[in-house]
Design a binder for this molecule. Structure first.
Ligand SMILES: [Zn+2]
Length: 314
C-alpha cells in the first residue's frame, strides 16, 4: 500500500499537478470600443459580442477600463455606446475607471487629472447602479503615474482617498499598433492581410509573454502573477480565442485582477518618475537601480505592421 501511495505521489508530482499554476489577469482598456466611429452600430455590437463570448468561454474574469467621453455628453447618454457597456456588465464582467477623456498625466496638472477621474465616475454611476456593481480599480491612461515624485504622490494619495486600487500592468505591449494596422486593412477588405496581422499578433504576444516571464524571474526569482493590458478593438474581437488559447497553452490560468494583486510582488516600490508608460516590472527594475542590460531583448512589432499602422516607433 505504501508503495502504491508513493508511486501515485510521484506520478502526480511529475504530471505537473503539484506544479505552481501560472496566473494572468486580463485587463481591457479604452471601452466602449476603439475607433468606434468607423463602424456601424450593428458591427460594434457584434464585435463586442465576439470579444466577450471568447472571454466567457475561457472563464477569464476581465476588468474593462472605460472612458465615458463618447458615451456621455452633458446629461445625455449615447444609446449605442452605453449599450456596448451593458453587454460587458450583462455578461458579468467588471468595469474600471480610466478617466473621462483619456488625458495624458504628463501634460496636465494634478487638479485637471483628478477632475477627469471624478467626471468619469459620476458619468458611470447610473450604469453601475443598474447592475449593482462597484468600481474599485483605476487604470492610468498611457500608464503614466506622474513624471515627478510630487505629481506621482499626489495622484496615488488621491486615488487612495477615493478608495481606488491602481491597476498595474506587467505584460505591456504594442498591441495597439497591430490594432491600428488591422483596422486600416479592414477598410480595404483584404481578408488575407487581416488574417496575417492576426497571426503575427499572437506570435508577438507569445514572445512578449516569454520576455516578461524572464524579467519576472530576474527580479523576483520566480514567475509572478501577471497582468496583461490590451484594448477593446477589432483586432481582439477577431483574435481573442486565439490569444487566450496561446496563454492557456503556455500553462496560464485566467484570474481576476484582485487575485493577481494578492501576489506580494505588487507591494514592490515604484520610484520611476519619468515620462515613459512602461511595465510595472520595468518600474520596479528602475527602482532597484538595474542597468541597461536588464531591459535588453524586448520583442518588437514587425516593420510591415508599423507601416500599415502609420507608426514610426513603438
Ligand atoms: Zn487607455
Amino acid at each position: 500500500m505504501l508503495k502504491f501511495i508513493l508511486a501515485l505521489f510521484i506520478f502526480l508530482f511529475s504530471s505537473g499537478l503539484f506544479a505552481q499554476q501560472k496566473k494572468i489577469a486580463i485587463t481591457i482598456d479604452d471601452l466602449p470600443f476603439v475607433r468606434s466611429g468607423i463602424f456601424s452600430s450593428e458591427t460594434l455590437v457584434q464585435k463586442t459580442d465576439s470579444l466577450l463570448t471568447a472571454l466567457s468561454r475561457y472563464h477569464a474574469p476581465v476588468t474593462g477600463f472605460v472612458n465615458m467621453t463618447e458615451v456621455y455628453n452633458e446629461g445625455e447618454f449615447d444609446s449605442v455606446q452605453i449599450n456596448l457597456l451593458r453587454q460587458w456588465l450583462g455578461k458579468g464582467f467588471d468595469l474600471g475607471n480610466h478617466t473621462f477623456s483619456h488625458p495624458d498625466y504628463n501634460n496636465v496638472s494634478f487638479s485637471t487629472f483628478a477632475a477627469e477621474i471624478e467626471k468619469n465616475e459620476q458619468a458611470m454611476q447610473p450604469l453601475l447602479n443598474e447592475y449593482n456593481k462597484t468600481m474599485p480599480y483605476f487604470r492610468h491612461p498611457f500608464l503614466h503615474r506622474g513624471d515627478s515624485q510630487a505629481k506621482a504622490d499626489s495622484l496615488a494619495q488621491y486615488l487612495r482617498s477615493r478608495k481606488y486600487t491602481e491597476a498595474p500592468v506587467t505584460i505591456d505591449n504594442a498591441e495597439w499598433i497591430f490594432a491600428a494596422a488591422y483596422d486600416s486593412v479592414l477598410k480595404t477588405n483584404d481578408q488575407k492581410l487581416a488574417l496575417l496581422i492576426g497571426n503575427e499578433y499572437i506570435s508577438y504576444m507569445q514572445k512578449k509573454l516569454i520576455f516578461y516571464e524572464g524579467q519576472s524571474v530576474k527580479l523576483f526569482g520566480r514567475n509572478i502573477s501577471h497582468i496583461l493590458l490590451i484594448h477593446a478593438n477589432s483586432l481582439n474581437a477577431a483574435n481573442m480565442d486565439h490569444l487566450l488559447s496561446m496563454f492557456a497553452g503556455n500553462g496560464y490560468a485566467f484570474v481576476s485582477l484582485a487575485e493577481a494583486l494578492t501576489d506580494k510582488a505588487y507591494n514592490s516600490e515604484d520610484k520611476y518618475y519619468r515620462r515613459g508608460g512602461i511595465s510595472w516590472l520595468d518600474r520596479w527594475a528602475f527602482t532597484r537601480g538595474e542597468g541597461r542590460d536588464f531591459f535588453k531583448g524586448e520583442p518588437v512589432c514587425p516593420a510591415f505592421v508599423m507601416k500599415l499602422a502609420k507608426v514610426d516607433s513603438e
